[in-house]
Structures are given as structure tokens and as C-alpha cells.
Design a protein around this ligand. Structure first.
Ligand code: MLT
Length: 385
């Protein structure tokens, strides 16, 4: 029986996808794992583990590169929580323009003033005047599923949008709002934007991208919004910029100890995807990706292996994770041909150092052939389904 370990609480809507599987928090040697934010760096991987599905976008809690070496596929759910994050960003744009959080805190200090409250409110409110977002420029770093939704919503609210994404997909390019100023590099965004929102994954390249040098390139009084990952920003540099007024506000869904209590740092406790709608969407998408991989070998939305997907044909499917090096394919296919098996359909694709081959065969390969393929230096894992 296929066994799936639940490492976090996952929406019950995923349960339907795992009918006929064992699916619980207590699985010793799972074939697949469903995870949200549990840190997996020290998770003791056992021999059966084929795939991990993250119900969410970021995969920095999973040792993705190490798993790739073992032929363990890591999936995420891009777009499934995009609307929830977009709505939080829109809220934060207003929090950035106006001193709403400070004002609400101040009103709490009026508790006990009895019938003087209305008078005190009118007298004190002047300290909390703010500005509108209409007509201001929003800079978007990263036009993935979230960045696109944010850009469109901001444009609909009357903001000008400038943005950058070196990996912009054709599908997202056509979804950009009319009139968006798509620029070549981030510096052009920093120069133009009154508000900056970042929607990129945490990688060695993006870690610390908002440091002193970058912030210096922004407009005086810019608002920086970070719902992606805390490590994208250097908190010391941000605090310094808030102190000098270079940044008028830093709004983050990833607070750290240094930022809490700093004037004009608005700390939100990672609420971006915390809506039942987003949790349901992510859980169902992750469960579908995981089951399709375990049962059919299809890979869609993996962060460490390429997308490879085919309708089933033939009598058996051979799935091989291999290094992306020349002649590997011919060695694998030679082993199949040696047994007199015909390949009816196949796909092979690579992502960086790794590649994945799926072949539909007219009959199942023998254990001997599978062992032969597995023994190739370039091969990381073999499965016949
Ligand atoms: C994501 O990575 O999808 C969001 O930060 C929300 C989450 O961590 O679940």
C-alpha cells in the first residue's frame, strides 16, 4: 500500500486524493510526504521516500538539492495561495500609505477616557494623517503568480506599476496589466517606485537582496513590502533606513526579533496564505501532484526535477532519474532494447544537473534490466510502474 506521511496539519480536502492509501501523521517509512512549514533538514529520509509535496510556494524548509541527488522529487503549489497573498499585499499598501497600525495602537491608549473619547480622537488624529496610493508608483520584483495578481489589483486601484522579472513566463507576460512599465533591472524599479513589493523565492542569489546598497538606490521615503521570506532583507540595514527616513515603512510577513517594536516596521505573523481558501487550494494541488507522481510518474510543479508528463500507454512505465550528462539516455534505452522491449512513448527533460526519463513500454522490464539501469553511474533512481 502507498503510504503518505503528513508532517503538518493539512486541509481535509486533500483526504479524497489519498483514498486507498495510508495517510497519517504516523508513517515510519513513507512513499510520499505532505508538508507545509515543518523544517525537513533533519528529517531522517528512509529508502522508500519518492517525493515531498509542499502545500505552499516556498520550499526553503526542504533540502531540495540534497533530495534531488537521491531522486526524491519536491513539489510545490505555485499560484494556489496567490489570491490570499495578493489580498494581504493590497492591505499592506494601505498600511504603507497611512499610519493605520500606529493609529489603532494609539486609540487603545484612550480606553477609560469615557465620554472624552470622541474629543480626544479628533484632537489626536492629526498625528496619524497619511497618503493615498492612487497615482503612486508600485514597483513589483517578480511577476510570478502573486506578482501578476498584485500588479493588476494595484493598477485597478489607480497605481502606476513598474516591475522586473528576468524569468517572466509567456503566460504571465500576457497577464500583466496594461501600461505596466516592464524594466530590465531592479535598479530601475528602485529609482521609480514609491512602494516596492517583492515576490521572489529565497535562493542564494536573492538572500540579503535588500541591504544597505540596494536601499540607498530607492526613493527617499519608499515603502518596502516583503511577503516572500525574511532572509531577503538585511534587518540591520532596514532598521537603519527606517531610522533615517530613507524607508518610511517596512512591512513584512516574516518578522524577526530585531524588527519587532521598531518604529515604522509593521510586523505581520506570516499570514499571507493563512486563509481557509488558500489552505484548501494548496492541499488539494499538492495532493494531486503527489498522487500523480506516485501512481503515474508524472512530474508537474517540481522545484528540483523537470516537468515531464504523459498520458499512460503501453503495459508498463519506466521512470528514471538521472544526471544530465551525455549518452545516459542511449545507455538506458540500450538496456531496455536488450530485453527485446519496445518503447511506445517517451519523454526526457532536464533541469540543471538533473534529468528525468519516462518511457511507456510494451511489457514490464525484468528486475535484471532494472538493476542494470540502476547500476549505471549516471542513474540516481529507477522505478517501473
Ligand atoms: C508560501 O510559501 O506559500 C507562503 O509563504 C505561505 C506558506 O509558507 O505556507
Amino acid at each position: 500500500m502507498v503510504e503518505i506521511l503528513k508532517l503538518n496539519k493539512i486541509s481535509p480536502l486533500a483526504d479524497d486524493c489519498f483514498k486507498g492509501f495510508a495517510y497519517s501523521e504516523n508513517i515510519e517509512n513513507p512513499d510520499g510526504i505532505m508538508v507545509r512549514s515543518a523544517a525537513m533538514a533533519d528529517y531522517p529520509v528512509k529508502d522508500r521516500l519518492l517525493a515531498v509535496a509542499r502545500a505552499g510556494a516556498g520550499t526553503n524548509n526542504i533540502p531540495v538539492a540534497e533530495y534531488a541527488k537521491k531522486g526524491i522529487v519536491v513539489f510545490n503549489t505555485p499560484g494556489a495561495n496567490a489570491n490570499a497573498v495578493k489580498e494581504l499585499v493590497i492591505c499592506e499598501l494601505f498600511l504603507g500609505g497611512r499610519k493605520i497600525t500606529d493609529a489603532i495602537d494609539w486609540v487603545k491608549t484612550l480606553k477609560g477616557e469615557g465620554e472624552n473619547v470622541p474629543k480626544l480622537v479628533e484632537k489626536g488624529k492629526g498625528a496619524f494623517a497619511g497618503s493615498e496610493i492612487y497615482g503612486k508608483t508600485l514597483g513589483v520584483i517578480g511577476f510570478g503568480a502573486i506578482g501578476i495578481l498584485v500588479a493588476n489589483a494595484a493598477a485597478a486601484l489607480g497605481m502606476k506599476v513598474v516591475g522586473v522579472d528576468p524569468y517572466l513566463s509567456a503566460r504571465n507576460a500576457v497577464a500583466l496589466p496594461a501600461g505596466v512599465n516592464l524594466v530590465e533591472n531592479r535598479d530601475e524599479v528602485y529609482k521609480a517606485a514609491d512602494f516596492i513589493t517583492v515576490h521572489v523565492p529565497l535562493t542564494p542569489d536573492t538572500r540579503g537582496m535588500f541591504g544597505r546598497d540596494t536601499i540607498a538606490k530607492m526613493k527617499d521615503g519608499a515603502v518596502l513590502i516583503n511577503n516572500s521570506r525574511g532572509e531577503l532583507a538585511d534587518s540591520d540595514a532596514v532598521i537603519e533606513a527606517l531610522g533615517s527616513g530613507k524607508l518610511s515603512r517596512y512591512i513584512t510577513d516574516f518578522p524577526d526579533d530585531k524588527l519587532i517594536g521598531v518604529k515604522n516596521a509593521v510586523c505581520v505573523p506570516h499570514l499571507g496564505a493563512s486563509t481557509p481558501e488558500a489552505e484548501d487550494n494548496c492541499a488539494v494541488m499538492a495532493a494531486q501532484e503527489l498522487t500523480d507522481y506516485l501512481l503515474n510518474g508524472n512530474i508537474k510543479n517540481s522545484v528540483n526535477y523537470p516537468a515531464v508528463s504523459m498520458a499512460r500507454s503501453g503495459s508498463a512505465r519506466l521512470c528514471v532519474h538521472h544526471k544530465n550528462v551525455k549518452e545516459t539516455l542511449s545507455k538506458i534505452l540500450a538496456a531496455v532494447a536488450e530485453e527485446g522491449i519496445n518503447v511506445e512513448n517517451m519523454q526526457d527533460a532536464s533541469k540543471g544537473e538533473y534529468a528525468y526519463l519516462m518511457c511507456d513500454l510494451d511489457r514490464a522490464p525484468s528486475e535484471k534490466t532494472l538493476e542494470k539501469i540502476n547500476s549505471l553511474d549516471e542513474v540516481l533512481r529507477v522505478r517501473a510502474i
